[in-house]
Write a protein that binds this ligand. Structure first.
Ligand code: HEC
Ligand code: HEC
Length: 324
């Protein structure tokens, strides 16, 4: 009996040493995404224009990094706040800590090099190599064409500088340790030609990270095998909303034509469109409709082609459960 007790004690001790060892390793040696490249991106007019398009209508950096007016449908952004940051993501919405989108106007990034910004967008560490919370879909950005990221950097360098100091993130324990394992090295690719609409559609869908919102999650990680089948839940002031099934199943886009798809996105394209003010109990959506409405039709069509090629997955989604 005594012997068994001793073995048990040693076992516990070994486990404690292992856990501490692993935690120390993870905290000291990770994330390991390499050094920021020494690059200077030439801010040509073409790059700035391409960057503006990606940052405001496809990858929607401004979705999270600007002030949004959630009293209105789809939370249109408050003009003049592009890139100023400060949106709060906390435990109330199921996040493991308190995180804020950062100020990415030239005011916020004044002492960052182009290489540091490139590394941040594509790997998920900040200027000092500290991990960033993956609500910013950097794993997807790390699979894009270098040139598109250069364009984004050229564009955000032209934003109006806004003074808006943003508090530091406070991840909860043990997520503050786990977070170190999330950033990974980028694996950039070449943007496929538009004539290859399937590959090009996949590229644009990756850039927009549609799958992150359109897949059920387990503690923030999307569940493998259920990609694009919808049902991810988001808590909104009026109730719980769920993303749609966008696989080609009859619960999803099976009966949609490309025309219907494009039309749905283009509903708010007209610059005269004013997003309606909502009542406290009205359905509102996180789907960034206002920003996507400016997406080029050819890109929307390519996304549709790609979505139609996916495996159909059954999942009937109820969009909204109001809080009574
Ligand atoms: C879904 C929301 C979301 C999207 C979309 C998003 N970001 Fe972020 N971003 C964040 C959050 C939140 C943080 C801070 C995370 C943290 O502190 O752990 C962040 C951090 C950053 C940082 C680090 C700044 C600093 O001071 O540390 C940069 C740079 C950045 N984002 C640029 C971009 C760009 C460029 C895009 C578009 C290509 C983008 N983000 C898209 C939410 C987002
Ligand atoms: C920030 C989360 C988020 C992102 C990013 C997002 N969606 Fe959505 N989407 C939603 C939610 C939530 C709904 C359900 C509410 C609604 O219809 O507005 C939705 C609804 C939709 C619908 C409507 C389907 C219907 O039945 O009316 C389509 C189509 C769609 N999304 C496609 C996309 C595509 C394509 C992308 C990427 C370009 C994308 N979404 C990115 C959250 C998101």
């Amino acid at each position: 009996m005594k012997k068994v007790g001793k073995i048990f004690l040693y076992l516990i001790l070994a486990i404690i040493i292992l856990v501490f060892g692993a935690a120390t390793y993870v905290s000291i040696f990770l994330p390991n995404v390499g050094k920021a490249e020494n690059i200077t991106i030439e801010k040509t007019a073409a790059r700035v224009e391409r960057g503006r398009y990606l940052a405001t209508s496809v990858m929607v950096c401004v979705d999270c990094h600007s002030q949004r007016d959630w009293t209105k449908y789809a939370g249109p952004l408050t003009p003049g706040t592009e890139g100023k940051g400060g949106e709060r993501f906390d435990q109330h919405y199921g996040f493991p800590g308190v995180f804020y989108s950062k100020n990415i106007t030239p005011e916020g990034l004044s002492n960052w090099t182009d290489g540091e910004i490139f590394r941040t967008i594509t790997t998920g560490v900040d200027k000092n190599g500290k991990p960033l919370f993956p609500i910013m879909p950097y794993h997807y950005y790390g699979q894009l064409d270098k040139e598109d990221i250069y364009a984004i950097i050229a564009y955000i360098r032209t934003l109006k500088p806004v003074v808006n100091p943003v508090p530091a993130a406070k991840p909860d324990f043990p997520f503050n340790i786990i977070e170190n394992t999330i950033p990974t090295k980028a694996s950039m690719q070449t943007r496929p030609p538009e004539s290859d609409s399937l590959a090009y559609g996949k590229y644009i869908t990756t850039a927009a990270a549609c799958v992150e919102c359109h897949t059920k999650d387990n503690k923030g990680q999307i569940i493998s095998g259920l990609e694009f089948s919808g049902g991810r839940e988001f808590l909104m002031p009026a109730g719980v909303i769920r993303s749609s099934n966008i696989t080609p199943h009859e619960d999803g886009l099976k009966n949609w034509t490309a025309e219907k798809f494009v039309k749905r996105f283009k509903l708010y394209q007209d610059s005269a469109f004013v997003s309606p003010v909502l009542g406290k109990k009205d359905f509102n959506t996180l789907m960034p409709w206002m920003m996507y409405s400016k997406m080029e039709e050819k890109d929307l069509r390519a996304i549709f082609t790609y979505l139609k090629s996916l495996k159909p997955i059954a999942n009937k989604v109820e969009k909204f459960s109001p809080i009574n």
